[in-house]
Design a binder for this molecule. Structure first.
Ligand code: ATP
Length: 199
């Protein structure tokens, strides 16, 4: 599995449609200060579903939309697509190439796609979670992140290890199941009350 390409439009400083193709192996992006190198990494983080503006070095999530520069007007939509080579079946989906897309509108709404089919953020998270990709994972190591790991509290460090071991996905599923169970218990209690009133 490897990242084949990244396509952006209206994302941070990338107002125009921009496509970057990657080959297997190491890619180095060089450029002057402020030319958008970190914005490319932000685009990767964002496309995988992050909901934290902090992860994207912004104050709010809508800061990812091109805000205008020089004579160029601000845009109303940001979109990023990443294409992953899946010929080794690392992703649990029957396609040798998988494109995950995310778009965000000025209203704050988000839209996600997997191979051009609309889906939920949860579907993207589940697709990527066993591979070490996805939001809240440690595939992308930002500036200062190593220090954060070294200075983390024991329980935070445990979360890093659980993520790396693929446990986090099951923990999230368990939390969702417990939430649903709690709701069902509430319904059941209400049903018992109603039945006792009818007697
Ligand atoms: P450095 O080498 O200093 O770390 P860099 O190449 O990583 O720089 P970035 O941080 O990726 O640069 O890009 C910063 C540029 O992106 C700034 O010029 C900033 O104005 C621009 N930028 C960020 N968000 C937006 C936005 N929403 N709309 C327009 N431009 C933006």
């Amino acid at each position: 599995m490897y990242l084949k390409s990244l396509a952006l439009r209206g994302f941070k400083s990338f107002a125009d449609s921009t496509r970057l193709d990657f080959e297997p192996g190491i890619t180095v992006i060089v450029g002057p200060n402020g030319s958008g190198k970190s914005n490319i990494v932000d685009a990767l983080t964002w496309s995988m579903g992050t909901r934290s503006a902090k992860d994207l070095r912004g104050g709010s999530m809508s800061d990812v939309i091109f805000a205008g520069a020089g004579s160029r007007k601000a845009m109303g939509r940001a979109s990023v697509e990443i294409t992953i080579d899946n010929s080794d079946d690392s992703l649990p989906i029957e396609f040798t190439e998988v494109t995950v897309g995310r778009a965000m509108f000025a209203t704050g709404e988000n839209a996600y796609t997997i191979n051009d089919v609309e889906c939920r953020q949860l579907d993207v998270a589940e697709l990527l979670s066993d591979t070490g990709l996805g939001r809240e994972t440690h595939t992308i190591v930002g500036q200062g992140r190593i220090d954060a790991v070294l200075n983390a509290r024991p329980e935070e460090r445990r979360a890093f290890i659980e993520e790396a071991a693929g446990i986090l996905k099951h923990r999230r599923r368990k939390e969702r199941a417990l939430r649903k169970l709690g709701q069902m218990e509430g319904h059941l209690e209400r049903l018992v009350d109603l039945l006792s009133e009818m007697r």
